[in-house]
Design a binder for this molecule. Structure first.
Ligand code: ADP
Ligand code: ZN
Ligand code: MG
Length: 490
């Protein structure tokens, strides 16, 4: 009776239940060639040109496992704290689909490559570990392209360029308890995969695909409810929206006396609803059996150690290092490690400037502000150039205020800070001779305030400093002006 119910539950009803969520994420590995043949694994080639007997599934063709794909899968496994099994095995997952010419997918079943990992997410202010059940390798299917909209003019084309590109499937434990946690998990997972560089994780290109399993149970109940699997989630935001809808739908089904059915549902972006697609197939429907054309996969201790030694620094470690060795605030460290490219940019600025904390302020504030959400690779000012500017502030050669003007001109002209300073005579005036003259001028022009100051109203000093700054057109060093004024007004 579930699928016919369109209504969703009220917030009060939803509040009685606890969602249970587990995610299955497919990530396309960016190997040069496909997982079981030598065809290029690249995108954008004309349809059906990157194909051979193996990935076309022609009779008699034999698969050969791509070492690079295994190494990338191991890197992803280590990055998610999984145990890599020394012995794993491929299995055939049988099903029919027009873009699956073999009639089966080569995947891993009872003996996957890696297991027992975790990913940390923030949940209500605290950190929470979400278990990674397993990571296994498999080949991707081809692509069906549907074209035409009239019944008399409707075609489906099959492009097998994607057939045989390597995927890893990352399966989480049902540890997630809200759509927010699911969103966090996906964000952290994507970040870590991007850091190790085994995939660009571009969801629009299908390099990262997510299926969400969700059930609800009364708060305090021990037993999990029956789950539904939601597919067709094209962005993390849609995944969150789809989960919110599905949670409300399941609560409504139960509250109205019905039972949630185990099924696969599709999220519809246009309506924001999920709809039943098929009743969930069971493992025995796939007739899994060990792949007879491939030997078992053995990962030696030495191989694993070599890969471990070559792992790049992971985001969590980098965050910690930024806090400890640069003295950054937690929040800044978070922002500056969001992607590997941002962290690299920041470290270059910090090194060139010799002042990591000022560098952090400039990268998180002015630079990211100027980017307005665009990628750091499009930064209008190079890390070296920004580093020079920040270095000039650190050395006291220019004030922070002046630096902002110079920064705006750097973006406008592409020139280096020093070039702009020299051209426009913008250097900060700290020379006491030149400043002394200006201070004298201001004292002479403001007898009333000078009198007030001398009679004990010292707050008026700020006004006098401001006057000197004005006279200097903002170029005076405020600290030096302050000192000079005090001395002269004694
Ligand atoms: P299936 O055999 O249906 O594929 P699995 O046990 O392999 O189910 O789990 C698939 C995904 O569903 C995993 O991410 C797991 O965490 C999640 N999952 C399992 N049971 C539940 C449940 N009752 N509610 C929500 N998610 C679940
Ligand atoms: Zn091929
Ligand atoms: Mg499963």
């Amino acid at each position: 009776m579930s699928s016919g119910i369109a209504s969703v539950a009220s917030p009060e009803e939803i509040a009685k239940y606890e969602p249970v969520i587990g995610l299955e994420v497919h990530v396309q590995l960016n190997t040069r060639t496909k997982i079981f043949c030598g065809c290029p694994a690249r995108f954008g080639a004309p349809p059906n040109t990157n194909v051979c007997p193996v990935c076309l599934g022609l009779p008699g063709a034999l698969p050969v496992l791509n070492r690079e794909a295994v190494e990338m899968a191991i890197q992803a496994a280590l990055a998610t704290h999984c145990r890599v099994n020394p012995f794993s095995r491929f299995a055939r997952k049988n099903y029919f689909y027009p873009d699956l010419p073999k009639g089966y997918q080569i995947s891993q079943y009872d003996q996957p490559l890696a297991e027992h990992g975790w990913i940390e997410v923030s949940a209500g202010g605290a950190r929470k570990r979400i278990g990674v059940t397993r990571i296994h390798l498999e080949d991707d299917a081809g692509k069906s392209i549907h074209d035409g909209f009239k019944d008399s003019d409707r075609y489906t084309y099959v492009d097998l360029n994607r057939s045989g590109t390597p995927l890893i499937e990352i399966v989480s434990e049902p540890n997630l308890r809200s759509s927010e946690e699911a969103y966090e998990y996906l964000t952290e997972l994507k970040q870590v995969i991007e850091y190790v560089g085994v995939s660009e994780c571009d969801m629009e290109k299908g390099q990262l695909r997510c299926d969400a399993n969700v059930s609800v149970r009364l708060k305090g109940a021990e037993k999990f409810g029956t789950k539904a699997e939601v597919k067709n989630l094209n962005s993390f935001r849609f995944a969150k929206l789809a989960l919110d809808y599905e949670i409300a739908r399941q609560v409504a089904v139960i509250e109205s006396g019905g039972r949630v059915e185990q099924e696969t549902r599709l999220y519809n972006v246009a309506t924001g609803e999920t709809a039943g697609m098929r009743s969930k197939e069971h493992a025995h429907d796939y007739r899994y059996f060990p792949e007879p054309d491939l030997v078992p996969l053995r990962v030696s201790e030495a191989w694993l150690e070599r890969i471990r030694a070559e792992m790049p620094e992971l985001p969590a470690d980098k965050r910690q290092r930024f806090i400890e060795s640069y003295g950054l605030r937690e929040y800044d460290a978070q922002v500056l490690t969001a992607t590997r490219a941002i962290s690299d940019y920041f470290e270059k600025v910090a090194t060139a400037a010799g002042d990591p904390r000022t560098a952090a302020n400039w990268v998180t504030g002015d630079l990211l502000g100027a980017l307005k959400g665009r990628d750091i690779s499009e930064a209008p000012v190079s890390a070296e150039q920004l580093g020079e500017l920040v270095g000039l502030i650190a050395k006291g050669e220019i004030s922070g205020k002046l630096a902002k003007e110079i920064f705006a001109k750097m973006i406008e002209t592409g020139d280096a800070a020093r070039v702009i300073i020299d051209r426009e005579g913008l250097r900060q005036i700290s020379d006491t001779g030149a400043l002394g003259q200006m201070v004298d001028e201001v004292i002479a022009a403001n007898p009333k305030q000078v009198e007030q100051y001398k009679s004990g109203k010292t707050a008026v000093l700020g006004f006098l400093v401001g006057q000197v700054m004005k006279v200097s057109k903002g170029q005076a060093n405020p600290a030096a002006v302050n000192e000079l004024l005090r001395a002269k007004l004694l």
